[in-house]
Design a protein around this ligand. Structure first.
Ligand code: 5GP
Ligand code: ZN
Length: 142
């Protein structure tokens, strides 16, 4: 396992920093986010240190994401939330503050539960041709 001695999540995985553990296996570690945006807010991280989604190899990503449903279902079973937001902030501008890949599982209870990520849609701003050009600009890089 690759790890970074200065990384707070590597220290949590190694037990150097205490955490409220939810799940662990050979490849991933899940624990309560200290901020508890909502009750049961959980982070799932790969044991291998990778900075964010851009730097993640397929095998690490597939192992990590494979664990997400069972942890999500366990939160659902524990607290019966109205819904759940599953997200990964990538880059400082997008709100990433710890640079070890992590998936947030944020159970949702009601409109004032502490989570707020409203976005504005722009459906009318693009023609079909423009959408096609945008899609192609991305797909040529895959
Ligand atoms: P990000 O802001 O990078 O998307 O998410 C990082 C998360 O890690 C934050 O929500 C923050 O509350 C959480 N966090 C930071 N330090 C610690 C810690 O020492 N222990 C735990 N359990 N969570 C932490
Ligand atoms: Zn790390």
């Amino acid at each position: 396992m690759t790890h970074d001695t200065n990384c707070i999540f590597c220290k949590i995985i190694n037990g150097e920093i205490p955490s409220a553990k939810v799940y662990e296996d050979e490849a991933v570690y899940a624990f309560l986010d200290i901020s508890q945006v909502t009750k049961g807010h959980t982070l799932i991280v790969p044991k291998t240190h990778v900075k964010n989604i851009y730097e993640t190899k397929e095998e690490v990503a597939s192992t990590l994401f494979a664990r997400v449903p069972k942890v999500a279902r366990a939160i659902e079973k524990a607290f019966n939330p109205a819904g759940m937001n599953v997200l990964s902030n990538t880059g400082e501008f997008a709100g990433q503050s710890v640079f070890h890949l992590h998936i947030h599982l944020i159970p949702r209870y009601d409109e004032s539960d502490g989570y707020n990520a409203k976005w504005v849609t722009h459906n009318d701003d693009y023609t079909n041709e423009e959408r096609q050009a945008i899609a192609e600009a991305i797909s040529v890089n895959i």
